[in-house]
Design a protein. Structure first.
Length: 335
């Protein structure tokens, strides 16, 4: 299949793939990516982090074997780290390194399965919106949102970035303050915090944990950069990627189905990309509701994953009270 996107041969942006200790996930990611339209004329950079311990070293060795056998791309550039940098440092270092020689990048981790139209979608989006200062990144992922059935648009802008099948430009990446100098202002100014949380009410709790050293996340700091630059992320209505990493493996060892989306096994036509696309605030009401803590429509597991210790403790207290009441009721029945 040939599309208009392949006409950007000289200007095709490279893919950057991050891997660690999950050979099975990586192989699935590579199989899907190499089946993409345009993969054979796309450069692939692969960064493999070094092992933390002997157990990881065995799996990392298997990952290296898979990386050494990669084919189906115009060029494969491999970077094997001896030390363990962790995902956040690996991404910050790897993306920065590739952007020294490229104007934009497409980024994947080793648990992202792509539809065969993924590369075409990302290439066209990165070329179309490279002059839009208010669009800081693009992604091929959309959350499992229950949009109105009569939504006719195929793209929308949000105030939250995505770390699953995403891309950005050198001009934007260079503006990220990885030290988050604006943190105190977000924390102490209610209006500033409210504006930051346009991307979701879970953003500030995550940022606070990052600043306390409780998590190590590049993506929450990338969200802050979107906010500081009053910028957005471009999403498709229909996802072209899915994440297979919420199976208890990976850096954060979380099991969840909350983010599952179905992607078509067939090539999905690339949508029209109007250069003047604007934020649809009516549509964003659904997006906003998804990232607002509501006990009635979320499982205990998903709330613990997403929200702060405050909400977790409230949930635990409720469960404990329910158990005590059940015990009292059973004792009363026996009397």
């Amino acid at each position: 299949m040939t599309t208009e996107v392949e006409n950007f041969f000289e200007d095709r942006f490279p893919v950057v793939l991050f891997a660690y200790n999950r050979p099975n996930h990586l192989q699935k990611t590579l199989d899907a990516l190499s089946a993409n339209n345009g993969a054979h004329i796309t450069d692939l950079y692969v960064f493999c982090d070094g092992p933390k311990n002997f157990k990881d070293a065995i799996e990392v060795a298997r990952v290296k074997e898979i990386i050494d056998a990669i084919s189906g791309f115009r060029k494969v550039i491999k970077d094997f780290s001896i030390e363990n940098r962790g995902l956040a440092n690996s991404v910050m270092r790897g993306v920065s390194e590739v952007l020294r020689e490229n104007e934009a990048v497409i980024v994947l981790e080793d648990d992202i399965i792509t539809n065969s139209s993924f590369l075409d979608f990302m290439q066209k989006a990165l070329h179309t919106y490279k002059q839009r200062l208010d669009i800081f990144s693009v992604t091929a992922y959309n959350y499992p949102l229950d949009f109105r059935k009569n939504v006719t648009r195929e793209l929308y802008l949000s105030y939250r970035s995505s770390s699953w099948g995403w891309g950005t430009w050198k001009s934007c990446w260079s503006k990220v303050d990885w030290d988050v100098g604006i943190f105190d202002q977000i924390k102490n100014n209610p209006e500033t915090r409210k504006m930051f949380e346009r991307g979701g009410e879970d953003l500030f709790p995550m940022l606070e944990k990052q600043m306390k050293g409780e998590i190590d996340s590049w993506s929450i700091r990338f969200d802050v950069a979107h906010f500081e630059n009053n910028a957005t992320c471009l999403h498709p209505i229909n996802s072209r990627v899915s994440n297979i990493g919420f199976d208890g493996t990976g850096a954060h060892s979380v099991t969840s189905t909350e983010y599952d989306v179905k992607i078509s096994p067939d090539y999905v036509p690339i949508p029209n990309m109007p250069i003047d696309i604007e934020v649809d605030y009516a549509l964003l009401q659904t997006f906003d509701a998804h990232f607002r803590p509501r006990f009635m429509n979320r499982s205990a597991d998903s709330m613990i994953i997403r929200y702060s210790d405050y909400f977790r403790q409230k949930l635990i207290v409720k469960i404990e009270k329910s158990i005590i009441l059940m015990k009292i009721f059973r004792i009363w029945k026996k009397l």
